[in-house]
Every structure is written in structure tokens, then in C-alpha cells.
Write a protein of this length. Structure first.
Length: 462
């Protein structure tokens, strides 16, 4: 075979092999990145410390990893709300179900004798029947003041304007919450805190976010009918009374109800029930599900009175007024040195330093070299914009940049002229001062103060 053909054969073979190798590399599946390792701690006996993790331990690790996501409590507010949530403490604690604290402050003008609030677990919404919610009840004050028509006794506990109170989780909820959180921590990431009732002890207050005034209401004797005790209310049903249609004139009953029985403790669980009165607004009732016996299941319920759009007389809640945004910190226009080369520097506001005017100007000297000038300060030195505003021995170039009128020959031997301060310097002093701070960004006020100190009477004073 001719030598030329042999060369062509081997060249073609090399090309084919290169294509095959390239295709093999191209179609090779890309390995997915390994999952992020879980680095949590599990308690073990010393003799098992080096054994691989078991299936149950891996499940526990994953559960703890999910639990690291921060919890969030949304505060439901309403117009003219007399209470403000001051602080929420220990929310991300491993034992939040024991040590959660919600501090509220009376920001109104009247004393508060009763507060009925709910902490709802929003991630559990789909796990409870009907239109109910998974929540716990937080309360302040004596139970009798759940009836807003009851006058307050100054001898009873109450919050005066400006006083604060810290809500904590009642003992009866703690065990059940601990079990449920350990079993399903992702179900307690999103919560809502809301005030259902606030009583001022003068027959006025707030019910479900609505202002209530019962001062002119006369309570009929015997008023107050028990609301289907022990019956689960999963959806609105017909309640024929006082033109409320499928709703009713509900309030929370002053006496606790025994809807649920704890067979382990051989006792009834106290729940909040509802009752009807003639003077209340048309509202509906839903179930608030909770764990009665501390075994980790929401199987008992209390009643919560709530505003429903299908109830006669329903009015949509007034939107909470959005507070006006705080004005951004800025410099005082009256102290602005000039309007040409100054701006308000707010870059250090975040670290507690107030905004300051920052001015900088430059010009081209007689040799055509750019040089820094002295920004004019009309506040300190007077003069109109574009003229004046300059310290002694300097003149405004028309752009509010002060140019030194001195020459190097005006200064003593062994010194040089510093145009930035329009005075002479000794080289050694300049080097020492450079070590202490940079001169090229001195503020205008500092420059002017130095000028007045150095240039009194003659331009070459020590």
C-alpha cells in the first residue's frame, strides 16, 4: 500500500477514535450532587457511639432538621385595638410549649379587666374537622368579666393604661403540645395570635374586633341559653332566634363546659362553651380543637365566637391603618455649605452616626494638573452661590471651589504650600499627620477651622 494511503488510513482511524471518546464523555450522565449531610446530635450509650445510625435515629435526625426552621407568629390586629404585643419570647426554643411568652401592653385609655385570646396553629388547619381550628386559649382576668355587661371591681386584677401582662401557655396544654411537636414539628411553624374579647369593666369593650357598648342595655332576668353542650358544631346550622338566620347572638359562657372526659385521669376537661343572649350581635360559633388528656391528639373542643359573612348585620373588619413610614434621616438644609459640590452623606446612619454634608471640589492648576480645592462654605464665610464663601487667601472660581492665591515663594524655606488648606507645611509634619489620618477627605468645617487658626494676620504664621 502506498505510504500516502497508509498515512490517510491512520489519520481517519484517529479521528474516529476521538469522536467516539468525545461522545462517550458527552452522554455520560451527570451525577447529582449528594444531599446535604444532617449534622445533629443523638444521645447514645458509650458502647454504641461508633455504630451506624439506625432507621429510627435517621428519622429523628430528619425531624430535628425540619425543626430548625424558625417559627412565626402573625398578630391579627383591628382598628383602635387597645392592646399592643410588646414582645414574643422563646418562640424558637426547643421547649417553646413550656416557656413561650407573649407580652402585651395596655395602650388604651381605660383599664382592662378581661382578655380572651387564641393562639392558632395554622399548619394544622387541614387536620381538624369542619370549619374548626387547632388552637389554645390564653386569658387574663376573672372569668366573670367574659360578660362585658359586668361592671369591674377596682379590687379585682386589671391592667391600667400603660401596664403590661405576659401570657404563658396553661399547664393543661403543655404535655399535649410537647408530644405533638415532637411527632410533627413542621405543624407548628406558622401561628396566629388574636384577641377575641377585651372588657374594660364599664360595660364597654371589644368583641371579635368590634367595639361594643352595653351601657344602655338592660339585661332581662333569666337571659342566657346554653348552646348545645357536648355537641360538635362542624358547620352552620339553623338556630332560630332573633332574626339571625343560621347564626345566633352568641357570647362565651361564664361557666366552663364539660364536653370531654379524660378516662386516664378519670375527670372532665374544662372547655369554653357558648351561650345566647338577646343583646349580642349576630355571629357564629366554631370549634377550637385541643388535646384534653395530654396524649398528643386534638380530640376535645371549645367554642369560639367569630364574625361570619353569612350572618345578618355582618360588617367587614375595618382595615388596620398603616402607620406613616418614618422619614429618612437627612441633613439640615440650613447648614449646607454650598449647592454646587455638596451632598448629604447618610452612609453611616446604620451605625448610629447622623447624616453629614460632604463636599469635594477640584480644579486644573496653571500647569494643567488636576488639584483638589477647598469647597466654598457660605454658611461660615458668607457670600452668594458661585462667589465668596472662601477662607482667607483663597478665591471662588465660580463653581464654589476655593483656589488658593498664595505661591510657594510666600512660605518659609524648607516648607511647601498645601493648596488644600492654603498654607505652608513642613514635610516631616505632613508625613506624620498622614499616618494619623488622610488629608484629602477633610471636611470643609475642619479646613476652615484650621485656616482661621493658621492664617491670622499673616499667611506664614507658625
Amino acid at each position: 500500500m502506498p505510504r500516502v494511503q497508509i498515512g490517510r488510513f491512520f489519520f481517519a482511524l484517529a479521528v474516529v477514535v476521538a469522536i467516539v471518546i468525545t461522545l462517550g464523555v458527552t452522554v455520560k450522565p451527570t451525577a447529582s450532587p449528594p444531599p446535604e449531610p444532617i449534622t445533629r446530635q443523638i444521645m447514645r450509650r458509650k458502647d454504641r457511639s461508633k455504630q451506624p445510625a439506625s432507621t429510627s435515629e435517621i428519622a429523628e435526625l430528619r425531624s430535628k432538621a425540619h425543626g430548625q426552621e424558625k417559627k412565626n407568629i402573625r398578630i391579627r390586629e383591628f382598628k383602635d385595638m387597645p392592646l399592643k404585643v410588646q414582645a414574643i419570647r422563646n418562640l424558637d426554643s426547643e421547649t417553646w410549649h413550656k416557656d413561650l411568652q407573649i407580652e402585651v401592653k395596655n395602650v388604651g385609655t381605660k383599664p382592662i379587666y378581661s382578655i380572651l385570646a387564641y393562639l392558632e396553629f395554622l399548619d394544622e388547619k387541614d387536620k381538624v374537622p369542619g370549619n374548626g381550628v387547632s388552637a389554645i386559649i390564653l386569658r387574663y382576668g376573672e372569668r366573670k368579666y367574659l360578660d362585658i355587661t359586668v361592671d369591674g371591681d377596682p379590687q379585682d386584677a386589671h391592667l391600667n393604661p400603660g401596664d403590661t401582662y405576659v401570657f404563658t401557655i396553661e399547664e393543661k396544654y403543655k404535655k399535649g403540645l410537647a408530644i405533638r411537636h415532637e411527632r410533627s414539628p413542621e405543624s407548628f411553624k406558622h401561628m396566629e395570635f388574636r384577641f377575641n374579647l377585651i372588657s374594660f369593666g364599664d360595660r364597654t369593650g371589644f368583641e371579635v374586633g368590634d367595639p361594643t357598648d352595653y351601657r344602655n342595655v338592660k339585661k332581662p332576668s333569666g337571659d342566657g341559653k346554653k348552646h348545645h353542650a357536648g355537641k360538635i358544631r362542624a358547620s352552620p346550622t339553623s338556630v332560630p332566634q332573633d332574626g339571625c338566620g343560621s347564626c345566633g347572638r352568641y357570647i362565651i359562657d361564664l361557666e366552663p363546659r364539660h364536653y370531654c372526659y379524660d378516662q386516664y385521669l378519670d375527670q372532665f376537661c374544662d372547655s369554653d362553651g357558648s351561650t345566647t343572649v338577646s343583646w349580642a350581635k349576630c355571629r357564629d360559633v366554631r370549634n377550637v380543637w385541643w388535646d384534653c388528656n395530654g396524649h398528643g391528639e386534638d380530640w376535645c373542643h371549645s367554642d369560639e365566637v367569630f364574625e361570619a359573612p353569612y350572618c345578618p348585620g355582618y360588617t367587614p373588619p375595618s382595615p388596620t391603618p398603616t402607620p406613616s413610614p418614618s422619614p429618612s434621616p437627612t441633613c439640615d438644609p440650613a447648614t449646607k455649605p454650598n449647592n454646587t459640590n455638596c451632598f448629604c452623606d447618610t452612609s453611616l446612619v446604620a451605625v448610629g452616626i447622623a447624616p453629614q454634608w460632604s463636599c469635594l471640589c477640584s480644579y486644573t492648576d496653571s500647569l494643567g494638573i488636576p488639584a483638589l480645592g477647598i469647597p466654598a462654605n457660605h454658611v461660615l464665610n458668607g457670600g452668594s452661590q458661585g462667589s465668596g464663601g472662601c477662607p482667607g487667601f483663597s478665591a471662588n472660581n465660580g463653581n464654589d471651589c476655593c483656589i488658593c492665591t498664595l505661591n510657594s515663594s510666600d512660605c518659609p524655606e524648607g516648607t511647601h504650600l498645601d493648596n488644600q488648606v492654603c498654607n505652608w507645611r513642613r514635610p516631616g509634619r505632613r508625613r506624620r499627620r498622614r499616618r494619623r489620618r488622610r488629608w484629602h477627605r477633610e471636611s470643609a468645617d475642619r479646613v476652615h477651622a484650621r485656616m482661621h487658626r493658621l492664617c491670622l494676620g499673616s499667611f506664614c504664621l507658625l
